[in-house]
Design a protein around this ligand. Structure first.
Ligand code: G4P
Length: 526
């Protein structure tokens, strides 16, 4: 093996790129911050939180982001820990997430699903889980806030199975909960992690001789030890055994219990996760599977963030590196545009600081300065014409009729809609009967950003009127009859002239499906 290839292999082996998926308030900000601290990124302490609380003084976040104190589009954080290089893809924790959130998940090789011990599986977790499950990536679960009274671990495991359809294998098990929490038992390493002191401020790790070891009872008390033994006996008999292949296929989720705010169970989780989580995975392309260790550099754009710097109105295209080594200043093929471009000003993202990056490897995310030449899904590659598989689109769930306030601006209006659709910011439809323009999104925030950008970048004031539809289905049949879609639904066309039906509720959708058995109803464009 030549030296360059050897280095590439080592760099790939040490990387882990993942996203944390959760419902707002489960503790994602807190957990992210603790992970960054383990990586020695001390200067970041408080910065993740500060960004969320909108306390940051940097001027280059979108106005809207500052006003609302949320991260409009996801960013990337990188840190090193015990020989690993870790990339965390941040997904907005606010309820107003967008299609970008979903697309960001396509750049992750695994996901960490964070669940509040008292609340269990919540709506936003379900949505994000489903996107990960479709890709079949490994999903690791961290059940948080163990220092509070919560639901029983068995009940939560049942919920994972019933609501998400995934089996689980607890890697550790709580000893008590809430006020009684005295520690966790590590099932894999046969050791206990114990809280000590009245304020639980110190953590002691002790090797034991199985969960029945009397030492546990001496420290945690007989009652909690008995409970632990009963639970673990039951798990040993009736629970799923750990199966690495099933974990890798996303059929079994390893579960860890802990408390992010107390830093309890976080380090064990991180270490186990790094051991088990996959390194950068190959991606499918026109040239077959592209392996990370292919020497030629390649990658694809999964997100474009506009207006990070309102003064310059520049955009950043986020690129996931798939293969080879990236070097600043290198020339690559922009396959769709059919031209060579020089990657001169790449940036890496570390919380809100941005550094110029000189080299990067598969699994890393780099931000490319974009004067308007990139689209979501674009492939870049060195000396070849690789095109990666198209990124998935997602079925819109919220709709609004859009109109222009000043008819004289209709040309800019059209241009704005075309460009923002192309960028993947919104999906656009026209009603068959009245030629109204409807926008479809997955999160309310996308409408706000749309309005903001139409005004800021195209000088157009738009009016948005929410429509009652909740589901979009692309309809495939010989002859589409608009009169069939009048009750609680509307027939529209997408920008490629495909027929789509928007339904107000599930009942209307089911009725239409029953009435038209010959038609196919697809969640996304065919
Ligand atoms: P998010 O990014 O998922 O939205 O959640 P975030 O980390 O902001 O956490 C939401 C709230 O839950 C915060 O409280 C945070 O301190 C708390 N929290 C996180 N992890 C734990 C935990 O392990 N145990 C307990 N008891 N609480 C936890 P807050 O009151 O909203 O904010 P703060 O004033 O405490 O910062």
């Amino acid at each position: 093996m030549n030296k360059a290839l050897n280095v590439l292999q080592q760099e790939v082996d040490k990387r882990r790129t993942f996203a944390i998926i959760s419902h707002p308030d489960a503790g994602k900000t807190t957990l992210t911050e603790k992970l960054l601290l383990f990586g020695g990124a001390i200067r970041l302490a408080g910065s993740v939180k500060a960004r969320k609380a909108s306390k940051h003084a940097t001027s280059d976040w979108m106005e809207i982001e500052k006003q609302r104190g949320i991260s409009v589009t996801s960013s990337v954080m990188q840190f090193d820990y015990k020989g690993h290089r870790i990339n965390i893809l941040d997904t907005p924790g606010h309820q107003d997430f967008s299609e970008d959130t979903y697309r960001t998940l396509t750049a992750a090789d695994s996901a960490v699903m964070l669940i509040d011990v008292a609340k269990g599986v919540e709506p936003q977790t379900i949505k994000l889980f489903q996107v990960c499950a479709k890709r079949g990536i490994p999903i690791f679960t961290f059940i948080n806030k163990l220092d509070r009274e919560g639901r029983s671990p068995f009940e939560l495991m049942e919920e994972l199975e019933n609501v998400l359809g995934i089996r689980s294998v607890p890697m550790n098990w709580p000893i008590g909960m809430g006020r009684e929490l005295s520690g966790v038992y590590d099932r894999m390493k046969n050791q206990v992690e114990l809280f000590q002191g009245d304020d639980h401020s110190t953590i002691q790790v002790k090797k034991v001789d199985g969960y029945e070891d009397k030492v546990i009872g001496e420290i945690a008390g007989e009652y909690l030890h008995d409970q632990l033994c009963q639970d673990l006996e039951l798990l040993d008999v009736a629970g799923d055994p750990f199966d690495y292949d099933k974990v890798m296929r996303g059929e079994l989720t390893p579960v860890f219990f802990g408390s992010a705010v107390n830093n309890f169970g976080v380090q064990t989780f991180l270490e186990n996760f790094l051991e088990l989580a996959p390194k950068p995975e190959p991606r499918r392309s026109t040239a077959g599977l592209v392996e990370p260790t292919d020497e030629k550099f390649s990658g694809y754009v999964f997100k474009i963030q506009a207006n990070m710097n309102p003064a310059h109105r520049d955009r950043i295209a986020f690129l996931r590196i798939v293969s080879g080594k990236f070097e600043r200043g290198m020339t690559v093929k922009h396959v769709r545009a059919g031209k060579d471009i020089k990657l001169a000003q790449p940036q890496q993202f570390l919380a809100q600081d941005r550094d110029i990056v000189n080299e990067a490897y598969p699994g890393d995310i780099i931000g490319l300065f974009d004067p308007g030449i990139f689209r979501i899904g674009d492939s870049l590659s060195e000396k070849s014409e690789i095109v990666f598989d198209e990124l998935p689109t997602f079925s819109p769930e919220i709709f609004a009729k859009v109109s222009i306030k000043n008819a004289l601006k209709s040309k800019q209006f059209q241009k704005g809609i075309d460009q923002l659709t192309e960028e993947g910011m919104i999906q656009v439809f026209r009603t068959v009967s009245f030629d109204d323009i409807l926008l479809g999104v997955v999160g309310q925030l996308q409408f706000e950003v749309f309005e903001y950008r139409m005004k800021g970048e195209y000088g157009v004031d738009v009016q948005l009127q929410r429509m009652p539809y909740q589901f979009a289905r692309w309809i495939v049949m010989d002859k589409v009859d608009p009169s069939k879609f009048r009750i609680n639904s509307v027939l529209v066309k997408d920008k490629k002239e495909n027929y789509v039906v928007l339904f107000e509720n599930e009942y209307a959708m089911r009725t239409a499906m029953e009435k038209l058995p010959e038609a196919k109803f697809l969640e996304t464009a065919p």
